[in-house]
Design a protein around this ligand. Structure first.
Ligand SMILES: Nc1ncnc2c1ncn2[C@@H]1O[C@H](COP(=O)(O)OP(=O)(O)O)[C@@H](O)[C@H]1O
Ligand SMILES: [Mg+2]
Length: 282
């Protein structure tokens, strides 16, 4: 892959990169489309990265279908699929990891210790292998997007990061490979995740509610009396340091993670809250 990228670059071609864990859906396909718009050659990686799964998580059950993925890539004009195995990515005595501090403390970082260390490590490795000019990630994984942008900035990685919008089903449910774990009934009811985000946005922008605790309480009520749904977190953070905030101002992310039956689903929205008016001093 490194040699292939080097020779493409020697020909003057630009490379757009979409890292995935496979079992592709329309969310991935929209990232591929964005990559095509930004570069001449599109590389998709398909790799279920063990380093980003906790010991009791769904690594062994994670849905896979490489043949279907290959077809979808072909249909969508992907030039190269990079499909490594664990032995290549983490050979015996593998020892090097990348950690972004602070931004990985809360939200999914709190529930999934080590998750972002696995993500930033594999993305670094993939960037070094694929050597892309630009790479496309989805807003669906909102904290991941912020963490990767921070890593690229801090480590001076010469890759342009593009964040593409979340693709949803008609009922609002964000597409995810993990939706495969849902029963048809749960998939229908899971539209409540996006409804919850929209309620938050309504309270903030239309009702002028700027206290995070009040908003989170209201949103939490949507998950009461739903036996299949358990809240992992509903949190509002700033998009710079990804720290929970109580008084909302500036660019914020309302994010949630909800267990729905066997699946843990995440979703988020970014909201621009008018900045506090600072009185002029004469
Ligand atoms: N519904 C979606 N809309 C936009 N991008 C998405 C969506 N779902 C996943 N992505 C993006 O696809 C990339 C690969 O994620 P992956 O873990 O393979 O997908 P999944 O969400 O299905 O688990 C990530 O950058 C992720 O943010
Ligand atoms: Mg994912």
């Amino acid at each position: 892959m490194q040699q292939l990228s080097a020779s493409l670059k020697a020909e003057g071609k630009t490379i757009g990169f979409v890292p995935t864990m496979g079992y592709l859906h329309d969310g991935h396909l929209s990232l591929i489309k964005t990559a095509h718009a930004g570069a001449q050659v599109v590389v998709v990686s398909i790799y279920v990265n063990p380093a980003q799964f906790g010991p009791s998580e769904d690594l062994s059950n994670y849905p896979r279908d490489i043949e279907r993925d290959q077809l979808l890539c072909r249909e969508n004009g992907v030039d190269i699929i990079f499909y490594p195995d664990d032995g290549q990515m983490y050979p015996d005595a593998y020892a090097t990891y990348v950690d972004v501090e602070g931004l990985t403390q809360h939200l999914c970082g709190a529930t999934r210790p080590g998750h972002f260390r696995g993500v930033t490590t594999i993305v670094n490795k993939l960037f070094n292998i694929v050597q892309p000019d630009c790479a496309v990630f989805g807003q669906k994984d909102g904290q991941q997007a912020l963490v990767i942008k921070k890593m690229v900035k801090d480590l001076h990685i010469p890759v342009q990061i593009i964040i593409a919008p979340t693709i949803r089903e008609k009922n609002g449910l964000a597409l995810s490979s993990r939706n495969k774990y849902l029963t048809p009934k749960q998939r229908k009811e899971a539209s409540v995740l996006y409804k919850a985000l929209q309620l938050g946005e309504h309270l903030i922008l239309d009702k002028g509610e700027l206290k995070a605790s009040v908003i989170i309480d209201e949103i939490s009520k949507l998950f009461q009396n739903k036996p299949d749904f358990t809240i992992d977190y509903i949190t509002i953070v700033d998009t710079l340091k990804v720290q929970p905030i109580e008084h909302l101002s500036g660019e914020i992310m309302l994010a949630l993670a909800i267990y729905v039956g066997k699946a843990r689903l995440i979703d988020n929205i970014i909201i621009q809250v008018p900045r506090d008016q600072i009185p002029e001093i004469h």
